[in-house]
Design a protein around this ligand. Structure first.
Ligand SMILES: CC(=O)N[C@H]1[C@@H](OP(=O)(O)OP(=O)(O)OC[C@H]2O[C@@H](n3ccc(=O)[nH]c3=O)[C@H](O)[C@@H]2O)O[C@H](CO)[C@@H](O)[C@@H]1O
Length: 381
């Protein structure tokens, strides 16, 4: 960080500061939140940070692993599949607002930062009701309904792309990019080291398969069907299955010497360092990380994401010759061929890697943390 001293000069009056970061549900919300928390701590080592998530969700495991405390709300989302399950929803919402009231009363935050996901809404809404400054990070090019509502009374809204005035008041928007974890953005792990970590061979081309933070059923089906076909082609595979289908695939995959498989990869910086090419969903953070990691990618957008934004994300890069794309309904017939073709074509890999790297943003975490601290210091002066 080049301007830590400057920041301290500006934010000195905040003396550490107390921050709540609210949100979660998927990795796409959790990991940028952790990146922002780390950047705040780097600028203000005395800052106190508390996360608020939803009980039973991924953040309750991943946030403590990153060294932060988290409180879980009883909140849940609307279940489209089963109306009966929604009977308790109003009660859960009321309970969550009561839980938030007590969290705010006890923790007394100077600011609340919302990153999207179930817990963001009650926490930011309650904070706004108490006139506590609120900040929002929206990683997608389409804002969700709750962020749009919260944006009206937020102090500042950090976004990845231009054109977000469709959703938020223009004067509150700051374009920062999406905050990629330092372990990835500042990684200097060598390929050899990374392959050794996964128990794979140093000289074989390596395909990394990731289905977003929860795994991707369509990608998994293709990889499972062809799992024995990679070795004869001289390829090895790092495969993240996601939790729901892990049991179905892991025992077979783990028995193969050229395959490393798990339901989740905690060491993504090593996975990127090991990979020659990547197959991935195109959620906002996966895309941001692949730009930073400079990898040739075949995207398979999740077709049911809001406003089909994963296709928008992937297409932006495909149109600039910076990635390949296979639509979800074509994976069965096309994905394995695309993988083997790209694996053979070193020149294409290089072009895609160079072109995707143009879109890398490495310091969004610092930009967001700096802006929050400066804004708060300004409002206290
Ligand atoms: C199905 C769905 O609604 N997906 C949304 C969700 O995706 P999802 O949670 O999959 O989010 P992203 O692709 O944005 O990010 C995934 C994150 O999980 C991490 N990771 C993933 C796999 C793994 O094994 N280990 C690991 O650490 C990645 O490094 C990345 O940091 O949030 C994104 C950001 O709001 C949205 O753009 C996606 O559309």
């Amino acid at each position: 960080m080049s301007n830590v001293e400057n920041i301290e000069a500006v934010t000195g009056s905040l003396s550490g500061g107390r921050f709540i970061i609210a949100g979660g549900g998927t990795g796409g919300h959790i990991f940028p939140a952790i990146a922002i928390a780390n950047a705040i701590k780097e600028l203000q080592p005395n800052a106190e940070i508390l996360f608020v998530g939803a009980s039973g969700k991924m953040e309750m495991e991943k946030v403590p692993q990153a060294g932060y405390n988290i409180k879980g709300l009883t909140i849940a989302g609307f279940e489209r599949g089963s109306l009966i399950k929604n009977i308790w929803l109003p009660f859960k919402l009321i309970k969550s607002f009561l839980q938030v009231r007590s969290i705010l009363k006890n923790f007394k935050p100077d600011a609340v930062i919302g990153v999207g996901g179930y817990s963001s809404f009650p926490v930011l809404r309650s904070a706004q009701g108490k006139r506590i400054p609120t900040f929002i990070h929206e990683s997608n090019s389409f804002a969700g309904k709750s962020n749009i509502l919260l944006g009206k009374h937020a102090t500042k809204i950090f976004v990845a792309n231009e054109g977000m005035e469709r959703f938020f008041p223009a004067d509150k928007i700051a374009i920062t990019g999406n905050p990629v974890r330092k372990s990835i953005a500042g990684s200097n792990i060598s390929k050899t080291e990374a392959l050794a970590f996964f128990g794979l061979e140093r000289k074989k081309p390596t395909v990394l398969v990731i289905g977003g933070s929860l795994g991707a059923r369509s990608i998994n089906e293709v990889i499972a069907r062809h799992i024995g076909d990679f070795n004869p082609l001289g390829l090895q595979v790092i495969w993240q299955t996601g939790k729901t289908t892990a049991a179905k695939y892991l025992s077979k995959a783990k028995s193969l010497h050229n395959v490393w498989a798990n339901d989740f990869i905690n060491e993504m910086e090593k996975a990127y360092a090991a990979a020659d090419l990547v197959v991935s969903r195109s959620g906002a953070m996966s895309v941001a990380e692949l730009c930073v990691a400079k990898k040739p990618v075949i995207f398979v957008p999740f077709p049911y994401a809001a406003e089909d934004h994963q296709t928008v994300n992937a297409k932006y890069l495909v149109d600039r010759n910076a990635a390949l794309m296979v639509k979800d309904d074509m994976v069965r017939t096309r994905l394995f061929n695309e993988i083997t073709n790209l694996a053979k074509d070193k020149a294409k890999q290089e072009i895609l890697a160079n072109n995707i790297a143009v879109f890398a943003v490495k310091n969004a975490d610092e930009k967001i943390a700096t802006s929050i601290l400066k804004t708060l210091a300004g409002s206290k002066n």
